[in-house]
Design a protein around this ligand. Structure first.
Ligand SMILES: [Zn+2]
Ligand SMILES: [Zn+2]
Ligand SMILES: [Zn+2]
Length: 88
C-alpha cells in the first residue's frame, strides 16, 4: 500500500493540522486552495493547486518528505521525493 517509500511506512501517527490555514500564505496575505500538513514538523502549508505551493517548497528546503492532506474527510499521505501516495 505504501509502495516503496520508507518515509510513509515509518509513520505511526498522522499529524493533524493545528490551524486550518497556510502558515506562509497568512504572512503575505496570499490565497490557497487546499492545505497539507508536514508529517515531520507539523507545519500546515498549501497544496500544488495553490499559487505558492508552500508544502512542496517546504519539502524541498527542509527535507521533510511526507505530507498529509489537511482537508476534512481526506485521509491520505504523500511523499515528495518518492512520489508515493497512500491512504490511511
Ligand atoms: Zn518517501
Ligand atoms: Zn501557502
Ligand atoms: Zn516540515
Amino acid at each position: 500500500m505504501t509502495g516503496n517509500c520508507p518515509d510513509i511506512a515509518s509513520i505511526q501517527d498522522v499529524k493533524a493540522p493545528l490551524r486550518s490555514e497556510c502558515e506562509e500564505c497568512v504572512k503575505s496575505g496570499a490565497r490557497w486552495v487546499h492545505l497539507r500538513t508536514c508529517q515531520t514538523c507539523g507545519s500546515t502549508l498549501c497544496c500544488d493547486s495553490s499559487p505558492n505551493r508552500h508544502a512542496r517548497e517546504h519539502a524541498g528546503t527542509s527535507g521533510h518528505p511526507v505530507i498529509a492532506s489537511a482537508e476534512p474527510g481526506e485521509r491520505w499521505l504523500y511523499c515528495f521525493p518518492h512520489d508515493a501516495f497512500a491512504k490511511y
